[in-house]
Design a protein around this ligand. Structure first.
Ligand code: ZN
Ligand code: MN
Length: 488
């Protein structure tokens, strides 16, 4: 009953999506041993020891930093961190799984509840089911005629974050992942780089008749390596399932993969159930006990979170919701904006405009690294540039050129203005430009004298061009009108 090719588009089906996201925690060492977790670019199997190779008799020791980062993540998501949980063995066989089981949490996850708002809208809240700690597996490297295994990643700490089935489309999933990635980076829990595997997403998709309360049979799609792939796989799978149901077919509970080239999901295997994993408490580890004072200390470590900061900048600083959302894309950018505003508190809105417009344009062209942006144009210098514009010393067009120069040369605003001669033209230079325009644009001058008012705009444009946009438009207009009247 696969791909019957009849996709109902009348909106009579509702898509229901839940996400399971694995996040690599940014710790120095692995989850249960002292091996370095920073294995990027390392020779295969050089970050290993008896514990993460699963050798007999090796004993795991939990990494306190990983537990702290997991708790920080749980608190930032508004979840409930439980005082007493434990680790369990999830048993299955795969060549990248050294011990034949993964140490995870099942019955008692570290955290339950919490949620994230899509696009910052509380009405579009996605509730979380759970967040638990576990260890990563190794990695298979497929080569001609077989596969090799690299255990450098084996035992690296992960949190798995599971949503409730609150998402309704591929776009919802993209928005959720954006919000999650922003938060994880914001609190320093993870690089959350999908291309490095630090953020890995499995999606559960089902469809049901619109208005139905019961969930349909779900299909899991794995191996999605970009937000775009997540979105496309969900939308494709929802269409496929609706097609099956509309044709009177039955959806099979299975795991599918995403074929990026063919832009469709493909069957992988029928789904294991929890029983297949024969979970049982890890006998080599004591229960994970979270002390209330320790947890409060983790809460106190949290920075102001994106949603709160967005709200404060939107209304408190008067930036409005759109600019506030743009400048809180990451913590370093938000810090930059706040420093620039602090340097010139009266001009918050103008400063935000210059940042989200011209400055982001320059920074985005180079991948938007907020730290690099701040190093080239320190917040105080951006404020100084805005002051020159607001004080009338610099026209907007000239100021854009100055900013581009500041960005390229990492030079102060005043220095660029002086060096490039980009400040406002003085009265003599303006008068010379007006005389030159009147002498060369005889036709427009004649039109103006014949009563065609529009010719004045044309002449004004010529004066502005002649001064490379550095004339104050009002002063240029006054000078032009005075010269035309005098020559009359
Ligand atoms: Zn190790
Ligand atoms: Mn997992």
């Amino acid at each position: 009953m696969n791909d019957p090719g009849r996709v109902p588009t009348d909106g009579s089906w509702e898509t229901v999506v839940g996400l399971e996201t694995h996040v690599q925690l940014q710790t120095r060492s692995k989850m249960f041993c002292a091996c370095s977790a920073d294995y990027a670019g390392a020779e295969p199997n050089t970050h290993t020891c008896p514990v993460c190779l699963g050798l007999p008799g090796a004993l795991p020791v939990p990494n306190a930093a990983a537990v702290a980062l997991a708790a920080r993540t749980a608190l930032a998501l508004g979840g409930t961190v439980h005082a007493r949980t434990w680790f369990e063995r999830k048993n299955y066989h795969y060549p990248d799984l050294a011990k034949g089981y993964q140490i995870s949490q099942y019955e008692a996850p570290l955290c339950t509840g919490g949620g994230l708002d899509l696009d910052g809208e509380p009405a579009r809240r996605v509730r979380l089911e759970r967040l638990h700690l576990e260890e990563d597996t190794g990695k298979l490297i497929h080569v001609e005629g077989g596969a090799l295994v690299d255990f450098n990643r084996s035992g690296v700490p992960l949190v798995e974050i599971v949503t409730r089935p609150d998402l309704r489309s591929g776009e919802d999933a993209r928005a959720y992942l954006e919000a999650l990635r922003q938060l994880l980076r914001w609190i320093g829990a993870s690089t959350a780089n999908m291309e490095d595997g630090a953020l890995r997403v499995d999606v559960n998709v089902s469809v049901r008749p619109r208005g139905a309360a019961e969930l349909g049979t779900k299909v899991e799609v794995k191996n999605l390596n970009s937000f775009a792939a997540v979105r496309a796989a969900i939308d494709h799978e929802a269409d496929r399932l609706a097609g099956i149901l509309a044709a009177g077919g039955v959806v099979v509970h299975e795991t599918r993969g995403w074929d990026e080239a063919a832009r469709r999901t493909v069957p992988q295997r029928s789904k294991e159930s929890a029983e297949d994993y024969r979970y049982f408490p890890e006998p080599d580890l004591p229960p994970l006990v979270v002390d209330a004072a320790w947890l409060e200390a983790r809460r106190a470590e949290l920075p102001e979170l994106p949603a709160a900061r967005r709200a404060r900048l939107a209304s408190g600083a008067g930036l409005g919701p759109d600019a506030a959302r743009l400048v809180t894309r990451d913590r370093a950018t938000a810090d930059y904006v706040e420093s620039a505003i602090a340097a010139r508190p009266g001009a918050a809105l103008a400063i935000a405009d210059w940042i989200v417009g011209p400055l982001f344009g320059l920074a985005n062209a180079e991948g938007h690294d907020a730290h690099a942006m701040a190093a080239r144009v320190p917040p105080g210098e951006l404020a100084a540039l805005v002051a020159l514009v607001e004080g009338g010393a610099l026209g907007r067009a000239a100021a854009k050129d100055v900013l581009a120069r500041m960005y390229i040369d990492a030079a102060p605003a005043a220095e660029v203005v002086a060096r490039e001669g980009l400040g406002r033209v003085d009265d003599d230079a303006l008068g010379a430009a007006v005389r030159e325009v009147l002498a060369s644009q005889t036709r427009a001058v004649a039109d103006y004298r014949a009563g065609k008012g529009a010719a004045l705009g044309f002449l004004l444009g010529a004066v502005m061009r002649a001064t490379r946009g550095q004339a104050d438009p009002a002063a240029a207009r006054a000078a032009l009108e005075a010269a035309l009247a005098a020559d009359d």
